[in-house]
Design a protein around this ligand. Structure first.
Ligand code: NAG
Ligand code: NAG
Ligand code: NAG
Length: 646
């Protein structure tokens, strides 16, 4: 028994201070996601605690990659995900990406994401790992339309760290219970910055509603299917995966308030923008052939890449022809171009001053003083590298988030934008000349670069992850918002109760008063033995309220008033010209003051309260103005009868 306790204590101690065995799944087919995630893993294995990592992803680093060999990372490469992605109608070609509408892209994304997770979990290597009995201490997962992977955390009974290489999105905020406002936080699928005008806010609200609905009624269901399919046989009593999404320990988000925008985050959502950067001192020197090519240019070097995923080689040939035209014309510069195919396009001639290769050490190039300009699609990772290297950017954004980034950079005075659809000789030439000759861009870059300083994002990320490991999931950082349902979270239940309360407070006195009045009216009316009057006058009496001439205040005024008012209307129409100004009169239903005696003489001349009535009810007068004398007499008869009965 003692021995057992000792062993347990020892293993606990070991678990608490020593290395952890981490499972990382980066299912995204976008290379930029992989590069960001892998960089984090690299930092983890480099930490003094010597963690070991198993990485599952559809990627492998190119032979020329800076850090292809990492001792403590075991990589499991899943084949076929990219093919499935393309098969699902997603594309990496700029033309096709741009031709899809937001909605189409969005729905296709969800399908492609779900089927990719299914493929990944069906893979033989993954199945072998799951049944091997190996234990892990932490799951790191790129949660972009791949929530079913959270079953891994439940299966191993370990906490989860989510990484988000594209910055926060509404789904991630929802999982953590982080505030998200459609007035302040633009959707990732729209090309809006946080400063939205009314129209943009309307579109953004509709989009976030659409995102929420598709998430709840489409994405959740399809991911649940994949989740159940793969984990039901591994785990008894599998919880709903939705409950697992509410139990995440940490999110590492690729954004920075200085480059994106300041917004609220819970303490377990940490912004680590710039995490992927290699420290300047650790950058490897550029290969010699590149260096000599750069140095031989009179005006310096210009680097062009449309990102890790979009291939320059897939640009339509007329656009490529424009680029080559411009490059060939600018003889004073040498151009370094990321070109993914073996050969250049046969129909085009590669200008002398352009060098192509399918992989370049981008950060090292952009940090080099000879590099004067970066022609970029403004992916987040590239922008960081460019700003840190103080290289101005000629932006050619392709996707919505890249458009937003291009807008921000232009606002900061470090870039110019050429719209993809407006790529033309003049626009490119003007952009390149402005950015390379005008020194204002370099000055703004220095300012922006300083803004992005601060605590090192990689030590922040590693520190947070080790906190999660040491505290067994850091449950104390999980927001209470996750235990509330939608109604409670949005405060709708409180709103409904307060509204009911207010309505109640306002209606109770109203009901009581009207009840009392009604009661008094009926009790008066019951004394009255003339049913025909009672029924007709009941209706009219509420509206018109002339006092009974000569009557006492206790009289049932309403009845008599109504009849009187009928006659008053008809008489006033023809006598309104020779009236005296009103003294006291009112048309409010509850007025119980006796009218002046003048009202008695109805037909002879018009009394003063009637004048008031005339003034107040001009419209009604109009209706009655054509009534003849017989009408008036009829009314006066009514009136007399009325008075007899009262
Ligand atoms: C880290 O762990 C690996 C095995 O997982 C081992 O080979 C290596 O020596 C360790 N390094 C340190 C500094 O402990
Ligand atoms: C340089 O660019 C700034 C804006 O970025 C502009 O205001 C200024 O006029 C430009 N200077 C020249 C000489 O074109
Ligand atoms: C939620 O996560 C914690 C660790 O952070 C874990 O102990 C707990 O079992 C998890 N709950 C569920 C339902 O997975």
């Amino acid at each position: 028994m003692r021995l057992l306790q000792l062993l347990m204590a020892l293993s606990l101690l070991c678990g608490a201070i020593s290395c952890a065995n981490i499972l990382a799944v980066l299912p995204s087919v976008w290379k930029s996601h992989y590069l960001f995630g892998r960089r984090l893993l690299q930092e983890l294995v480099a930490s003094p605690r010597n963690h070991s990592i198993t990485l599952i992803s559809p990627h492998a680093l190119e032979a020329g990659g800076v850090d292809a060999e990492l001792p403590n990372i075991r990589e499991i490469r899943i084949e076929g995900l990219k093919e499935n992605w393309v098969g699902m109608g997603m594309s990496f070609e700029p033309e096709q990406m741009r031709s899809q509408s937001v909605m189409e892209r969005f729905t296709r994304l969800i399908y492609a994401g779900t089927t990719n997770v299914d493929l990944l979990l069906s893979d033989q290597q993954v199945r072998k790992l799951l049944t091997s009995g190996e234990q892990f201490d932490l799951l790191i997962v790129d949660l972009f339309l791949s929530d079913a992977l959270l079953g891994l955390a439940y299966y191993y009974g370990i906490p989860t760290v989510a990484i988000s290489p594209t910055g926060a999105n509404s789904w991630l905020n929802n999982m953590f219970g982080n505030p998200q406002s459609s007035s302040l936080d633009p959707s990732n699928f729209l090309p809006f910055t946080e400063r939205m005008n009314t129209q943009q806010r309307i579109v953004n609200s509709l989009m976030s509603t659409f995102e929420r609905l598709t998430y709840n009624f489409f994405h959740l269901i399809s991911q649940q299917t994949v989740y159940s399919k793969h984990f039901e046989m591994l785990v008894q009593e599998l919880p709903l995966y939705r409950d697992l999404t509410k139990n995440l320990s940490l999110a590492l988000i690729n954004s920075h308030p200085g480059l994106n925008y300041p917004r609220a985050y819970l303490p377990n959502m940490v912004e680590v923008g710039g995490l992927h950067l290699t420290a300047r001192t650790d950058l490897r020197p550029l290969p010699n052939h590149l260096l000599s090519f750069m140095e031989s240019a009179a005006g310096g070097c210009i680097y062009m890449s449309l990102g890790a995923d979009v291939q320059t080689a897939q640009l339509p040939s007329e656009k490529l022809a424009i680029f080559m035209d411009v490059f060939g014309h600018l003889k004073e510069f040498h151009f370094v171009l990321k070109w993914e195919n073996e050969d250049f396009v046969s129909s085009l001639e590669l200008p002398e001053n352009v060098m192509i290769a399918n992989w370049w050490p981008q950060q090292a190039i952009l940090s080099h003083t000879l590099v004067k300009l970066f022609i970029s699609s403004c992916g987040q990772l590239s922008v960081w590298e460019s700003v840190m290297g103080e290289t101005p950017i000629l932006a050619i954004p392709i996707l919505a988030e890249q458009e937003v980034m291009a807008k921000r950079l232009q606002l900061n005075g470090v870039s110019l934008t050429v719209n993809y659809d407006a790529i033309a000789y003049d626009a490119l030439l003007h952009g390149i000349r402005q950015l390379t000759l005008n020194t204002s861009y370099s000055e703004s870059l220095v300012k922006l670069r300083k803004r992005l300083g601060g605590p090192s994002p990689s030590s922040l990320a590693v520190g947070q992850i080790e906190l999660i490991l040491d505290s067994g999931g850091a449950d104390f950082l999980k927001s209470h918002a996750n235990t509330l349902n939608y109604w409670r979270l949005e405060g709708l239940d409180v709103l409904v109760i307060i509204t009911i309360g207010f309505v109640g407070i306002l209606t109770i006195p109203f009901l009581v008063i009207s009840c009392i009045l009604r009661k008094s009216y009926y009790s008066e009316a019951c004394q009255d033995q003339q049913p025909p009057y009672r029924s007709t006058l009941k209706v009219v009496g509420r509206v018109h309220s002339y006092g009974e001439p000569g009557g006492t205040p206790a009289e049932p005024l309403r009845r008599t008033r109504s009849a009187q008012s009928l006659s008053a209307r008809s008489s006033s129409s023809s006598f309104s010209s020779n009236t005296t100004p009103p003294t006291t009169a009112s048309t409010t239903p509850l007025d119980m003051t006796p009218p002046p005696p003048a009202v008695v003489q109805l037909l002879g001349h018009v009394p003063s309260p009637l004048q008031l009535y005339v003034n107040q009810q001009q419209q009604q007068q109009q209706i009655y103005s054509n009534s003849d004398l017989s009408n008036r007499q009829q009314a006066s008869q009514d009136d007399n009868t009325e008075r007899r009965f009262s």
